[in-house]
Design a binder for this molecule. Structure first.
Ligand code: FMN
Length: 270
């Protein structure tokens, strides 16, 4: 189990010290799917029946693993191997996504699994066009830096998961959304984050692609007009996860220190 004391909250910690092998495979020390708290219905991740308390990791161990997982998660573009994703693993990951909190318990997400090479190629071509559109807005050093950055692994990854938002789910009286329409969209983003962390825990990589126009993706996947495609996620086994985000490695932008974004009592004056 967890051996040495670690700095709780050190998100750069190598999770391999915390029970995940550096090749991404889970070891006995990592939380198994049935270590998660029961959600109480079939929406919960598969196989998450409660275990006798004696077999469960201590809260401090769970916390250490969780913080390490948050640090290990990366957006992946260039490290996909294209190997298959085990069906049971995919179900666990989707179950984790479906266990996310949602405004009014509306669960406004859907997950479209896209494996067809023709569909993925068509999307990749569209993304390439949008990449060019963005590139034309750049000049000088930014243009040179961006030209070296890969923004998708659509064909290299094993499959794509397109996550959508249906504002009609649970409507008209979505509890908690009457004043903030975007709360539905926030819920979908939480499902995506659950998916991302679960995939990372399973040793897989995820890459979010947003270089697309919603009408194009709707037409490609038969998504109704009222439904918003929120993310095209590339998913699959990876050679490794980088320790530093790609954009930082390529000099596009650096992560902010925590102190820069935490404020006390009031938002800072502009
Ligand atoms: C809403 C959203 C959209 C994103 N779109 C893209 C994208 O189109 N292409 C890409 O390569 N990365 C995309 N990313 C990944 C970010 O670039 C990445 O999360 C960020 O650089 C930090 O790196 P990390 O996720 O590895 O920590 C997106 C991330 C989010 C949250």
């Amino acid at each position: 189990m967890v051996s040495a004391p670690r700095h709780r909250g050190d998100l750069t910690a190598d999770i391999s010290e915390d029970g995940l092998r550096s090749d991404g495979a889970r070891t006995d020390a990592a939380p198994a799917e049935n270590d998660t708290a029961p959600a109480g219905n079939s929406a919960a991740p598969a196989g998450n029946d409660p275990e006798p308390a004696g077999n469960s990791p201590e809260p401090a161990e769970i916390a250490d693993l969780f913080y390490a997982l948050c640090g290990r998660r990366r957006d992946v573009r260039g490290q996909f191997t294209g190997e298959p994703v085990d069906d049971a693993v995919l179900q666990r990951i989707l179950g984790a996504a479906h266990a996310a909190p949602s405004v009014g318990l509306s669960q406004p997400w859907d997950f479209v699994l896209v494996r067809d090479p023709g569909t993925r190629e068509a999307f990749r071509e569209h993304v390439a066009t949008e990449r060019d559109t963005f590139a034309r807005e750049l000049s000088g050093e930014d243009a040179a830096t961006f030209s070296k950055i890969k923004v998708e692994g659509i064909l290299e990854s094993t499959l794509s998961v397109v996550v959508t938002y249906d504002p009609d789910r649970g409507s008209p009286a979505v509890l908690g959304r009457h004043a903030i329409a975007d709360a539905g969209l926030y819920s979908v983003c939480l499902a995506i984050q659950n998916l991302w962390l679960a995939a990372t825990a399973e040793g897989l990589g995820v890459g979010w692609v947003s270089f697309y126009r919603e009408p194009v993706l709707r037409a490609l996947l038969n998504i109704p007009d009222r439904v918003r495609p929120v993310a095209w996620l590339c998913l699959g086994p990876v050679t490794h996860l980088e320790r530093t985000p790609d954009l930082e490695r390529h000099g596009w932008r650096s992560r902010l220190p925590l102190e820069a974004v935490v404020h006390t009592e009031r938002y800072p004056d502009s």
